[in-house]
Design a protein around this ligand. Structure first.
Ligand code: SME
Length: 155
């Protein structure tokens, strides 16, 4: 998808998600479910779209859309834990080149992971999106997905 098309797609989806969440829900799990459903069905290169949430030191599957995912992610391995530990968005152009990448579905070839913060600014998990082609994600995806992740705890 070219950059202009990507920008305008995200702009439209951001408004849709923001309107839906702000008029009906302050429940983070409902908000994550809504975000996963909209993004997954409206952006064609999103092969797996969802959330992993921290609980008792574990990173476990939250709301998602796509093929069956790992429920638990081995601590300090893979892209999701790297985003938590480094407290920043990580774009992986080719998962086969990422040391210790966790493959829940071998069709995933590129990935982006965004840390999610609650209203107290604590990291409570990540948003994770996989694509079945290499090099799907860039700075535009990172900026918009960070902005969308900020809607989960908007108050
Ligand atoms: N690839 C992730 C695991 C989650 S799946 O992509 C759904 C990782 O390396 O942390």
């Amino acid at each position: 998808m070219n950059s202009d098309k990507k920008q305008s797609r995200y702009q439209r989806l951001y408004k849709q998600i923001s309107d839906l969440i702000k008029e009906s829900s302050n429940n983070p799990i409902s908000n994550m479910s809504t975000i996963a459903a909209i993004l997954h069905h409206k952006i064609e290169y999103f092969f797996w779209t969802g959330f992993y949430l921290l609980q008792d030191g574990k990173l476990q599957a939250g709301p998602y859309q796509g093929s069956l995912a790992c429920i638990n992610l081995a601590k300090d391995k893979g892209v999701c834990w790297a985003a938590i530990n480094q407290k920043k968005t990580i774009v992986v152009p080719n998962v086969h080149e990422f040391p210790n990448h966790i493959a829940c579905d071998s069709r995933s070839l590129s990935e982006i992971v965004i840390p999610i913060k609650n209203s107290s600014n604590e990291i409570i998990g990540v948003m994770d999106v996989d694509s079945s082609t290499v090099n799907s994600f860039d700075e535009i995806d990172a900026q918009w997905l960070e902005k969308i992740a900020d809607l989960i705890y908007f108050d």
